[in-house]
Design a protein around this ligand. Structure first.
Ligand SMILES: C[S@@+](CC[C@H](N)C(=O)[O-])C[C@H]1O[C@@H](n2cnc3c(N)ncnc32)[C@H](O)[C@@H]1O
Length: 357
């Protein structure tokens, strides 16, 4: 099956056989598979608005044909989002100030809360009171955005908790953080990583692309110390907060791009942000990477291949395969899993454990 054809696969069984063939040159062992629920699985959902005379509709645009699709009855976003969508639409439709120049909406749900962001092509200060009334009538966390402006009604930060094994881990984040889009699958991924490492000898962990500490907090008990890095200031702000929420003391979060971290570890460059650390105090037995779709660049691959054990989480099998071509020269895959990130779409998440050969 070609890569082009893979873009059309939505059936989970077909995804499994594609992945088995696709990675066969690196790994022919068992692959663990995790199915997503087929309804109410997506924590983030974004829609456009389509205005037709006095009516307003949620809409999406077909990425291939660019045609608009009116969204009426959907069941893939979190149940809280599905239930709230018609209620919100009805309120907006009856208020010209709220309706005018409204072009998009973003919903974000955790297990406990929902946040709604309305996107406007006008100065939102002029409808401040209407937005405040909307938030108070619907008792919802509301954010409004227009060019260079943001207004928050009720609260912006959302609370989340994940059950990993028999332990509950607590998180807080906002809409600007990277958020795993399927909470059920996220719990499965973190648990899979923890269980896969259970019988390994572990010292310190180096984590790159750590976000707000999604994996990091759950792995704190497994390692002596963790150095976790990430490019986004906002993600690191919440990562530090999440350490406090869970009373975790052995994680050191630092805002550094992976490329900067690589320079720091090679002692090519000093960083003020690392002034309180002696990098020589860390003895990394494992490195965990969870990069964006593009995968790892050469400098990061050169960095991680120094370590005995690599945990590679990937949302793109194509860049993962490219990176494995290089990593396979020094490491062998010992375990692999795929996670159905968005049921009925070609998306999936791969997790791979590699050990120095
Ligand atoms: C796929 S997300 C994973 C986040 C986290 N592991 C999680 O599960 O929520 C990738 C993360 O990498 C960060 N990122 C993107 N480019 C980066 C870079 N060059 N160096 C470090 N972090 C980067 C993004 O801000 C994002 O938080």
């Amino acid at each position: 099956m070609s890569l082009k054809e893979f873009g059309n696969i939505i059936d989970f069984q077909e995804k499994i056989s594609f992945i088995k063939d696709f990675f066969l040159e690196f790994y022919n062992g068992e692959i663990d598979f995790f199915n997503s629920p087929i309804k109410y699985f997506r924590t983030r959902a974004e829609f456009s608005f389509y205005h037709d005379n006095h009516k307003i509709y949620y809409a999406m645009f077909d990425p291939k044909t660019k045609k608009k699709i009116i969204i009426d009855n959907i069941d893939f976003p979190d149940k809280k989002i599905c239930d709230f969508m018609p209620i919100l639409l009805e309120k907006i439709e009856t208020n010209i100030n709220l309706k005018e120049k409204l072009f998009g909406v973003e919903f974000l749900a955790t297990k406990h809360e929902l946040s709604t962001t309305l996107l406007y092509h006008k100065n939102i200060e002029t409808i401040n009171q209407d937005l405040a009334n909307l938030s108070s009538k619907l008792n919802c966390n509301l954010i409004a955005r227009s060019k260079n402006k943001k207004l928050v009604f009720n609260h912006e930060n959302l609370k989340q908790s994940l059950l990993i094994g028999d332990k509950e881990i607590f998180y807080e984040f906002n809409n600007d953080c990277f958020i795993q889009p399927n909470t059920f699958i996220n719990e499965k991924m973190i648990s899979w990583v923890k269980e896969s490492l259970a019988f390994e000898v572990k010292k310190d962990l180096l984590e790159l692309y750590c976000g707000y500490g999604n994996f990091t907090l759950a792995l704190a008990d497994d390692f002596s110390k963790i150095l976790a890095t990430e490019i986004s200031k906002n993600n690191i702000h919440f990562a530090l907060k999440n350490c406090e929420l869970n009373d975790v003391k052995n994680i050191y979060f630092v805002r550094l791009s992976s490329e900067e971290l690589s320079q720091a570890l090679k002692k090519e460059r000093d960083f003020f942000r690392l002034r309180q650390f002696n990098l020589d105090d860390f003895h990394f037995s494992h490195v965990l990477v969870d990069p964006p779709r593009a995968g790892l660049d050469k400098s990061v691959i050169d960095l991680i291949k120094q370590y005995d054990n690599i945990i590679y989480i990937s949302c793109n099998p194509i860049s993962l395969k490219e990176n494995l071509k290089v990593l396979n020269q020094t490491h062998k895959i010992t375990k692999m899993a795929i996670f159905d990130q968005f049921a009925n779409t070609p998306h999936l998440e791969c997790a791979t454990l590699l050990t120095k050969s």
